[in-house]
Design a protein around this ligand. Structure first.
Ligand code: GTP
Length: 228
C-alpha cells in the first residue's frame, strides 16, 4: 500500500490590537464559523487549514496553513516573541471602526520583525522602511465591516499600511457566513495570499537553485538574525 506523502506546512502569524477580531477571523477561515463571544486569547492559539496551492493548475498541491492567533493584550507583550520565529507570512488585523487599531499595525509589524518602531510627531507610528524591508508576505485585514460607517470609503481606498508594505488587503464582517464564500473577491485574495506564502517558503529561486544574489544574501542575513 502506498504511504501518503507528508504534507508540507507554512506558519502565518495573526496579530493586531486586542479585540479587533483575530480569533473571529481565524475561526471564519479555518472552521467557517465565528463565535460572537470568543473570549480573550491568552498566549496563542493555533488553527490549521488545508489549502490547495495554485488550484486548477498543473502544479496544484495540498499544504497545511497554520494560523497562529496571538493574543493582543499589552500585558503579554514581553512574552510574545517566542511565537514569532519562524514566520512565513503575516496577517495584520485592524478593526474598521477603530482608527487607532489601524495606526497600531506598524507597531505590530515592528514587534514581529523585532525592530524598533519609528514614531512620527503626529503619532502615526509606522516607518515605511519597515514595510519595504521585509520579504514576508503580508495580508492586511479590516474587520467589523458591518459596523464601519466609513466602509464605503475604506473599501475603495487602500489602507496606508497595505500601500506601504505592498500587502494584499481585505475588509470583512467575520460574523457573515458568506464573507469568504468560494469565488468571492475576499476568498480569491485570501487564497492568493496563501499561495504567495507557500511560494516564498518552498518555491523561491534561492531555495531551488542554491545560488545567492545580493538580495538573497540580505534575506539570509534577516533570517539568521531571526527577523525572517
Ligand atoms: N460586528 C462584528 N463583530 C466582530 C467582528 N469580528 C469580531 N467581532 C467581535 O469582536 C469581539 C472581539 O473579537 P475577538 O475575535 O475575540 O478579538 P481578538 O482580536 O481575537 O481579541 P484578543 O483575543 O483580545 O486579542 C467579539 O465580541 C467578536 O464577536 C465583525 O466582523 N463584526
Amino acid at each position: 500500500m502506498a504511504v501518503p506523502a507528508a504534507i508540507d506546512k507554512v506558519k502565518i502569524i495573526v496579530v493586531g490590537d486586542s479585540g479587533v477580531g483575530k480569533t473571529s477571523l481565524v475561526q471564519r477561515i479555518c472552521l467557517n464559523e465565528a463565535s460572537t463571544n470568543p473570549g480573550w486569547t491568552i498566549g496563542c492559539s493555533v488553527e490549521v487549514k488545508l489549502h490547495e496551492y495554485k488550484v486548477g493548475t498543473p502544479v496544484e498541491k495540498t499544504f497545511f496553513v497554520e494560523l497562529w492567533d496571538v493574543g493582543g493584550s499589552t500585558s503579554h507583550q514581553n512574552s510574545r516573541s517566542i511565537f514569532y520565529n519562524p514566520v512565513h507570512g503575516m496577517i495584520l488585523v485592524h478593526d474598521l471602526t477603530n482608527r487607532k487599531s489601524h495606526q497600531n499595525l506598524g507597531k505590530w509589524l515592528a514587534e514581529v520583525l523585532n525592530r524598533d518602531t519609528y514614531i512620527e510627531p503626529n503619532g502615526y507610528n509606522y516607518d515605511p522602511e519597515q514595510f519595504a524591508g521585509t520579504q514576508i508576505p503580508i495580508l492586511v485585514v479590516g474587520t467589523k465591516a458591518d459596523l464601519a460607517q466609513t466602509l464605503r470609503e475604506s473599501s475603495f481606498s487602500r489602507s496606508s499600511v497595505a500601500e506601504e508594505s505592498g500587502a494584499d488587503e481585505i475588509n470583512l464582517d467575520c460574523h457573515q457566513i458568506k464573507c469568504l464564500a468560494p469565488g468571492s473577491t475576499n476568498a480569491v485574495n485570501l487564497s492568493r495570499f496563501f499561495d504567495k506564502v507557500i511560494e516564498r517558503r518552498y518555491y523561491s529561486r534561492e531555495v531551488l537553485s542554491g545560488h545567492s544574489t545580493p538580495t538573497q544574501e540580505r534575506r539570509r542575513f534577516l533570517k539568521n538574525n531571526h527577523i525572517d
